[in-house]
Structures are given as C-alpha cells and as structure tokens.
Design a protein around this ligand. Structure first.
Ligand code: BJ8
Length: 425
C-alpha cells in the first residue's frame, strides 16, 4: 500500500491488529495467485493497483466523497440498482466478501451450516476488518435466499443503518409488481438519506453510466470467445470483482483499455494459455474477493476459464437498462425490466438460468462446465442437479462441486478437477 492509512482505519473503527492479520494473508496470496501468472495483459496493472489499494486509496476516495457531502451505500446483492443510488448523488459499493473471518464469533450468531458468503459478511463485521462496511451510510440487505433473509434479522443488531429490500421469488405479474414497489420504496429511502431528489436528468445520466460499465464488461466477455483465450479466467474474474468497488467511469475506461489490448492479442494469435487449452465455463454461486480458489485450481490444472455464469460475472452484468425513457416513471419501469431478468436460483421455477448456461457454453465454446456451489447454499446446490442432467443430455461434460472458503479441500478438489479436465482433452 502506497501510504500509511492506519489512522484512517482507526477512525473507521477497524481492529488494526485483526486488519493487519487479514492484509498479511491477502497480500502474499495475491502475489502467489495473480502476479505469478504468465502472459498477463499489461492492462491488468490497473487492477493490480486497485487490489493493492482496495483498503487504502479507494477508501480514502470514499471518505473524501463523504466529506464533500456524498453518501455511501453498501450492498450484498446485484438486485440493488446502482442507477438509483448514482442518480441521488450517492456511491454504491459491494460488501460481499470471499474469506472466512472471526468464524468462532460468527457461529455464536449463525448456525454452523450457513453458507460461507453469509458467514463472511458477519465475520467481517464482528472482526471489524471491512472499511467499506464501516464507511457505509446505508447497508442494503435483500430478501433472497432463506439464509440471507433470516441472517439480516440478526445482522440488524450489528449494523445500525441496515435497510432490507424485499424481492420476489416467482416471476409473475405479482412478482414484477413487488420488485417495482420495492424499487420505488428504495428510491424514496435513498432520496431521504441523501437529501437529493432524483430527476429525469440525473436518472438518465446514472442509467448511461451503469450501462457503459456493463457494456465494457460485455466487450471483455465477448473477447474471451477467442482461442487462445486472450485473458485468464483469474484476471477476468478480478475485473468482474473490481466492478463492485471502483469508481464506475474509471472502471469503464480501464476495462475498455484492456479490451483494446486484448483485440491486438487476438489479432496476433496470442493468449494467456496455448491454443486448444481445454475451456471451462463456471456456473453457480458468486465468487467475491478474495475467493480465487476455484479459478486458481482450474488454471493450474491445465484448463482456462472462459466465462462465469455468476452474479460476479455474466448473471450480474448482462442486460442493459433501456435508455429511451423520458420521465422518472418511465426510467424506473426500464430499471425494473432490466433487473427482473436476473435469473438467481432463488426464483422458482428458474428455467432462464439453464437456458443462459447453455447459451454461454455454446457462445464461449466451452468444453465443459463446472458448477460451483457453496456448501449449505440450497438454491444453487438444488439447481445444480437438474442443470448437470440437462447439460449432460446435450453432451456437455459437467462437474458439480460443493465447497466453502477454506483451503482444506484444495487437494481433493484439484484431483477431481484434473480428472475432469483430462476427460475434456
Ligand atoms: S442475485 S446469487 S447476489 S442472492 S451463496 S447467500 S444464495 S445461500 S449470493 Fe446472490 Fe443476489 Fe442471488 Fe446474485 Fe444464499 Fe446461496 Fe449463500 Fe448466496
């Protein structure tokens, strides 16, 4: 980290010793996993810098924004519309994390058999190690899976500014009405928090800003169709993870820049891995920073990841919001239309997700699919079985894995994944 941010972290209420311990693990892990890769695009230097400063410069920027009167809103789900937040002159940051922390304390509040993603959110709060959470003026939780919605009942005792958003579980006329009324309630809450009334002009600009960010990620994804893959799955996942933290316009420019570089690589026939390396599509639970376990295993076992059907990936970023609305009401309808298409496994039935996995497997020319399920995540683990059956019927080899954030099963996973990749050759 390029500056001494200790007084900033102390003022935010972080536990400096615990935070040092966390950074002490993350820094070397990043070196070993990311910087050790070969044939990285030069543009990844920006993302290395962002990760290096993820608890430093980016937090300072957010605190400077706060000092200038801007509010920070944290979220745990891609259903929280960034467009509404930006239009009210606030900043949205992702809070999901991909590491275990303070597990003993967490298990005093949550059952042991809770998914790692939820436990991690509690652990980062109880362990006082997340400067994003501590900077947030509002923390949005959403009623998605049973685990999250019950956990927020306890989480509200730990976070004084928790706002819970209800979400539909069925895609029906009533489901869409619920989403619409919840987005309207959220808009009012954000306006009250910021003291800024959302106008047609501010909402239109916000829609364009978020669309540009998503369009840049679409461009990056499309370039991964090439063989050899111009970028590793680890690096592409990192860009998708930084999507949730960075300043939106700067992020867009940085992704566009890396895409320019990848286009040249493709034209020159250069890749992150040799041509004909087995190509894997990952599908399933979100992989939040610093959860790089699966891509690390896959890409050190002789395959390359060419897409993520995940909320940190294409499920979260696909589809743009229509820009044709003229009034706030029309734009809010367009926002509802866009988010209503997110095919999270909390929906029942959820045929769109399977169709999307099949479409991605074909578009990105995947040789096989690995379904990534976090232990105790009922929605994704349940869906994994019909997904596997459907893909296998179409002769798309599929491997279902169930894991958590610990490193204990690395060896066992590597053995299974190596055998799967062997089968694809
Ligand atoms: S829209 S995927 S970001 S809810 S892993 S907490 S589902 S038990 S994360 Fe998600 Fe929004 Fe859906 Fe996306 Fe529950 Fe499963 Fe845990 Fe999960």
């Amino acid at each position: 980290m390029s500056a001494d941010y200790r007084s900033m972290w102390k003022d935010l209420g972080l536990d400096l010793a615990a935070h040092d311990a966390l950074l002490g693990i993350l820094g070397p892990a990043y070196q070993d996993i990311y910087l050790a890769q070969k044939n990285r695009p030069e543009g990844m230097g920006y993302f290395d810098f962002v990760m290096n400063e993820v608890h430093g410069l980016r937090i300072k920027e957010l605190l400077d924004e706060k000092a200038a009167g801007r509010k920070i809103i944290g979220s745990y789900c891609v259903f929280v519309p960034e467009e509404i937040v930006l239009a009210a002159n606030a900043t949205l940051v992702g809070l999901c994390s991909g590491a275990d922390f303070a597990t003993g304390e967490v298990e005093k509040l949550l059952p042991r058999n809770t998914c790692a993603l939820i436990k991690s959110a509690f652990g980062f709060k109880l362990g006082k190690v997340c400067p994003y959470l501590e900077s947030a003026d509002m923390v949005v939780g959403e009623n998605t899976c049973d685990g999250k919605k019950k956990a927020y009942e306890t989480f509200k005792n730990l976070v004084e500014n928790l706002y819970v958003m209800d979400l539909p579980q069925v895609k029906s006329g009533q489901g869409r009405e619920l989403l619409k009324s919840e987005y309207s309630r959220f808009k009012t809450a954000v306006e009250e928090l910021t003291g800024v009334k959302i106008t047609a002009d501010s909402l239109s600009k916000a829609i364009k800003t978020v669309n540009a960010k998503r369009a840049a990620i679409h461009r990056l994804s499309a370039l991964r169709q090439a063989d050899p893959a111009p970028i590793s799955g680890l690096d592409a996942l990192l860009a998708n993870q930084v999507f949730f933290y960075d300043n939106p316009s700067r992020f867009t420019a940085s992704v566009e820049k890396i895409c320019d570089e990848l286009e040249v690589r493709i034209a020159d026939g250069k890749g992150a891995f040799p041509k004909k390396t087995p190509r894997i599509l990952i599908s399933g639970c979100p992989q939040a920073v610093p959860n790089w376990k699966l891509p690390l295993i896959v890409e050190t076992s002789g395959a390359v990841i060419i897409g993520e059907e995940s909320c940190v990936g294409e499920r979260g970023a696909r589809n743009l919001t229509a820009e044709s609305g003229k009034t706030v009401e029309e734009m809010m309808e367009a926002i509802v239309d866009r988010y209503y298409q997110v095919d999270c496994a909390i929906f029942t039935p959820n045929p769109d997700r399977l169709a999307h996995i099949e479409e991605m497997a074909a578009t990105y020319k995947a040789d096989g699919v690995i379904h990534y399920g976090l232990q105790f995540c009922q929605p994704y683990l349940m869906e994994a079985i019909p997904v596997e059956k459907a893909l296998e019927q179409q002769s798309i080899p599929t491997l279902r894995i169930e894991t958590d954030y610990s490193l204990e099963d690395m060896g066992q996973l590597k053995t299974r994944i190596e055998a799967f990749i062997e089968q694809l050759r």
